[in-house]
Every structure is written in structure tokens, then in C-alpha cells.
Design a protein around this ligand. Structure first.
Ligand code: ZN
Length: 331
């Protein structure tokens, strides 16, 4: 496949509906191995003029969008491909306002689009990390930034802010340079240590700061080493600067691009940042923008996110902000 290398080239490339369609088909079903998303069979005929397939087994039609994050979206693949490209590659993320402007669609349509793409970015890795190199473990608080304001107002805001502050736990595998991050309900010892037990292979070396919540990790089959951040940040190999670096990237993205993040959606922002971090170019793995785009496209299948699921209200997935905008098209 002829792939664009830059954002400008990507926009121009995918503006052509046939090219956007061909790219989506090739990335979803490499080598032209199209199968029915409903019954997984490959007995079908293609109706070229309408860009749909007819499955002989379940006797239903399907498009390249069925069974993916694009299902039921009235937006064309030209817009979806461009959006995927941008989100996979903009280091600090992109706001729904910017995305809407770039694609010529309404901001709330872009917002829904962004969240669907984050669904595709979700790792869903079931295996444990560790075993080879050490794992850095840390937690951080994400909340609204304190603003300059009158004292009474500030006190009032304080309670509100506490309510809107979330705790995120992160782990970095030094060997594979891969990060995992998720929102956790609190910073109790049990919560943090259960996460470690669930995510990290027994016997691994775990580096943390000196917080008492990580005490006794050594009794739970881990080699536990700490740095006391009051006195030192690095002791030889023992430090948490890798995960700290991830926190700064995450916070820069959140503060700069996303004006306000509801704790309810924070996990999705984490998925986005983790995807870009884990697929960044390194010496051993020189990925480029086209690689990240192709990887993200390979993850769109088997995932859905409806407007009702996203907002926690409503029941009909078709009643999302893009419905009835007159942008509907055949594929
Ligand atoms: Zn079928």
C-alpha cells in the first residue's frame, strides 16, 4: 500500500474516498482476507458500487465499518482515517476543538470520535509484565489546577477539587520500555499492592519511592528497592525517573490540550497517552507516523463504544451528535 508520511500528505491522501476505503480494508483485513464480522466466514460477494459485502452464510450485508469503532458513524472514512492519523501521532494529544476544525465537523462530533479512537488505543494486555528487567511503580494525582482566586471562593473550590481529583497508578517495564497506567480508587496499601500482584510477575524487581504504602512488597515474592525522595532521587539503577517522565508527558497533554477532564473519562485519556508512549520511536524500534497509524488501524476491529456507554445516559447508540447532520454516506 502506498502510505503517506506526513499529516499534510495524510489529509490529502485520505480526502479521496476510494483511497480511504482501500486503506481501511487493507489495514483491517491484510492481504484482502475479508471475513464477515458477524459469523467470521469468508464466503461473500463484494458490491463494488456500494462498497459493501454480502455474506452467503448469514445472508447479511456488511461494510468495512461493521464490528469496529466506526460502526454506525455517519462520518466518512476519509475523516476517520485522518483523525486516526492525527491522534496516533500528535505527541501531546489533540483537543476535540482542534480536531473538529481540522476535519470541518462539529466539536461534539469530534469529541465522540476522539473517544471512539481511544477505545481502539486500549491495550487490553492480559499478561503480566516483569520477569526480565526491573519495574518502576509509582502513583500520581490528577486534578484541576489550583487557580488564583479569592480565599472564600478558593475554599469552596477546594472541596470540589478534591472530589474531581483522581489517583493514577503507573508501571514501567525498564526492559521492554512499556508503560501501563490506570485510575485506581484510592492510595491504600491494599489497592496498590493488589495492582502490583495482578500486573507484575512474582520474583521481579520492583522500584518505588519510599512511601509506606509499598512496605512489605519484599515479603510478597518481589525484590523491592526504594529511593527516598527526601534525600535522593537516584541510587544507581534504583529510581523511578522513567515513570516520572511518563507522568510529565501525561500532565502536559492534560493541561495543554484538554481544558477539563472529567475523572469519568480519565481512563480513556490514559489509554491514548499509553498507546503513544509505548509506540514511540526508540533506537531498537524506530517506528514512524505511518507505522503508528497502521498499528492503530489494526486495533479498530472487535471494539465498540456507543454514545450511551460514553456518556452514561441514553439508550440508543444511534442518537449521537453526528446523527442527522447530513454527513451520512454509503460506507
Ligand atoms: Zn456472515
Amino acid at each position: 500500500m502506498d502510505v503517506p508520511r506526513t499529516l499534510t500528505a495524510a489529509i490529502a491522501h485520505f480526502a479521496d474516498p476510494q483511497r480511504a476505503f482501500d486503506a481501511a480494508v487493507e489495514l483491517r483485513w491484510p492481504g484482502g482476507n475479508v471475513f464477515c464480522p458477524r459469523c467470521n466466514q469468508a464466503k461473500h460477494s463484494f458490491i463494488k458500487t456500494r462498497r459493501i459485502w454480502f455474506c452467503y452464510v448469514c445472508k447479511k450485508q456488511f461494510t468495512v465499518k461493521v464490528g469496529t469503532i466506526f460502526e454506525d458513524s455517519p462520518l466518512g472514512l476519509d475523516k476517520w482515517m485522518t483523525a486516526l492519523w492525527m491522534i496516533a501521532n500528535c505527541k501531546n494529544g489533540i483537543s476535540s476543538y482542534e480536531l473538529g476544525k481540522a476535519l470541518g465537523i462539529r466539536q461534539n462530533s469530534a469529541w465522540f470520535m476522539l473517544h471512539r479512537i481511544r477505545e481502539a488505543m486500549k491495550g487490553g494486555l492480559m499478561f503480566k509484565i516483569g520477569g526480565n528487567g526491573p519495574i518502576e511503580v509509582d502513583e500520581t494525582h490528577i486534578g484541576p489546577k489550583p487557580q488564583k482566586m479569592h480565599r472564600t471562593k478558593r475554599l469552596q473550590m477546594h472541596a470540589e477539587r478534591r472530589e474531581r481529583t483522581a489517583v493514577v497508578m503507573g508501571m514501567l517495564d525498564r526492559e521492554s520500555r512499556q508503560v501501563r497506567a490506570k485510575v485506581i480508587p484510592n492510595v491504600k496499601r491494599e489497592t496498590l499492592q493488589n495492582e502490583i500482584l495482578n500486573q507484575i510477575e512474582g520474583g521481579s524487581t520492583v522500584y518505588t519511592d519510599g512511601a509506606p504504602v509499598y512496605d512489605n512488597l519484599a515479603t510478597r515474592e518481589y525484590v523491592h528497592e526504594t529511593v527516598n525522595h527526601v534525600e535522593e532521587y537516584v541510587r544507581g539503577q534504583v529510581h523511578t525517573q522513567g515513570i516520572d517522565n511518563f507522568w510529565s508527558l501525561l500532565k502536559r497533554g492534560l493541561r495543554g490540550t484538554y481544558v477539563a477532564v472529567e475523572p469519568f473519562h480519565l481512563d480513556r485519556y490514559l489509554d491514548e497517552q499509553v498507546f503513544r508512549y509505548n509506540n514511540r520511536a526508540t533506537k531498537d524500534n524506530p517506528l514512524n507516523d505511518a507505522d503508528r497509524f497502521a498499528l492503530l488501524m489494526s486495533q479498530v476491529g472487535g471494539k465498540r463504544l456507543t454514545y450511551a456507554q460514553l456518556t452514561g445516559k441514553g439508550t440508543d447508540s444511534l442518537h449521537h451528535p453526528t446523527a442527522g447532520t447530513g454527513q451520512e454516506e454509503s460506507f
